[in-house]
Design a protein around this ligand. Structure first.
Ligand code: NAD
Ligand code: DAU
Length: 354
């Protein structure tokens, strides 16, 4: 079996669902269920003995050690993290605790257990660390995309904490020989993404007739990848990647933020005719330290592991919006008091939540 951490969050849950839809191999899913973790993401697995959910912290070394002894996974995929840049700007401490100290404790538990394995499972074991393209910093408008040799230059507390965790993972391979693989993916979107991130926030605000808050001039550029394509990339890295290596993953779909928001409005106008969604676009105060542009050179994973995305941005966005339109009860499950508090704090007068 494999152990997935953070498997109740957006990408982790999609990964677990896709995994169990494509293989028979069981999954132990360790997740702390922070504000971003949601068991509704996994409700379709109720009664499926191949999925074992465990509530817990990657930073609880004794708990992780006990899980490793009990389940003896052949691989670990580490998704668990604090993941939202804006929250890291308002309160970096949780990012240090989970992304840096938590990853360290997880590595320590794994190292102790893995060192004692017999030679064959020890050699076959894999630790996949899911990192981000944000560790490379920000690109000039016409600069080539980030490659695996681009120097680290993280600019937010979030990306700095992910960079620190990447360095620990790298060191555990170099020093102890732990068979680690690190992935750097661009912006994901798709079903089950918490509506604090750009695309789901715009969808839920538009449906509620609320303003669509675009930071700064709206010309920041991100490369977008459908979550299912990120999950397939992680599967190929786990199966065929070379221990100690890093792999960049991207969708070859660079867009300005305001173009993303306009595209959402266009699809909504067709699928849920209603108000003039585009008129809800509101330019608001910029994010401090806002990275201008991310782009990915995914040649390594494409050439060495023969991975490429299946969805285009247009097809993936349409699929995503249709999922949100069809999943009212999921939207209700995330519209908590805490969520409303976050929106009020972050957007103050720009976007009031009724
Ligand atoms: P998310 O915030 O939706 O989910 C994170 C999950 O981790 C939640 O279920 C949460 O409960 C859990 N968690 C948090 N702290 C934990 C802890 N201490 N122990 C156990 N579980 C804990 O995040 P996401 O968007 O699904 O991102 C998953 C991973 O992918 C993160 O490591 C993130 O840095 C990385 N990543 C995200 C994107 C993106 O666009 N969302 C792109 C590239 C990489
Ligand atoms: O690049 C990968 C990263 O993508 C991941 O590592 C992070 O976990 C993930 O959150 C994401 O980070 P971003 O900061 O790029 O994503 P976010 O959805 O928060 O913002 C995308 C862009 O949209 C960014 O330029 C900021 C802008 N934005 C965001 C929000 C929430 C707005 O203009 N308005 C908003 O309200």
């Amino acid at each position: 079996m494999i152990l997935v951490t953070g498997g109740a969050g957006f990408i982790g849950a999609n990964f677990v669902l896709d995994w169990l839809a494509t293989t028979a191999e069981p999954v132990v899913n360790l997740d702390l269920l922070t504000y971003a973790g949601n068991l509704c993401n996994l409700h379709s697995l109720a009664g499926d003995a191949r999925h074992v959910f465990v509530r817990g912290d990657i930073g609880d070394e004794a708990h992780v050690a006990a899980l490793l002894r009990e389940h003896r996974p052949r691989a670990i995929v580490n998704f668990a993290a604090e993941s939202h840049v804006d929250r890291s700007i308002r309160g970096p401490a949780a990012f240090i605790d989970t992304n840096i100290v938590g990853t360290f404790k997880l590595l320590e538990a794994v190292r102790a257990w893995w060192t004692a394995l017999p030679a064959a499972p020890r050699a076959a074991f894999r630790f996949v660390h899911v990192s981000t393209d944000e560790v490379y910093g920000s690109l000039a408008p016409t600069a080539p995309g980030f490659s695996e040799t681009t120097a680290y230059a993280p600019n937010s507390p979030y990306s700095a904490s992910k960079a620190a965790s990447d360095h620990l993972v790298r060191a555990y391979h170099h020093t102890y020989g732990l068979p680690t693989l690190t992935t750097h993916c661009s912006n994901n979107y798709g079903p089950r993404q918490f509506p604090e991130k750009l695309i789901p926030l715009m969808i839920v605000n538009a449906l509620a007739g609320r303003p669509l808050p675009v930071y700064g001039d709206g010309q920041n550029v991100r490369d977008w990848l459908y979550v299912g394509d990120h999950c397939s990339a992680i599967r190929v890295v786990m199966a065929g990647g070379c221990p100690g290596e890093t792999y960049n993953i991207g969708g070859d779909a660079e867009m300005t933020n305001v173009d993303v928001v306009r595209e959402i409005c266009t699809i909504l106008a067709r699928t849920r005719p209603g108000p003039d969604y585009a008129s809800l676009v509101t330019y608001v105060k910029d994010r401090p330290g806002h990275d201008r542009r991310y782009a990915i050179d995914a040649a390594k994973i494409r050439d060495q592991l023969h991975w490429s995305p299946e969805e285009t941005f247009a097809s993936g966005l349409e699929r995503t919006i249709r999922w949100y339109l069809a999943n009212d009860s999921w939207l209700e499950s995330v519209a908590t008091k805490d969520y409303r508090k976050w929106i009020t704090l972050q957007y103050a007068k720009d976007v009031s939540v009724r």
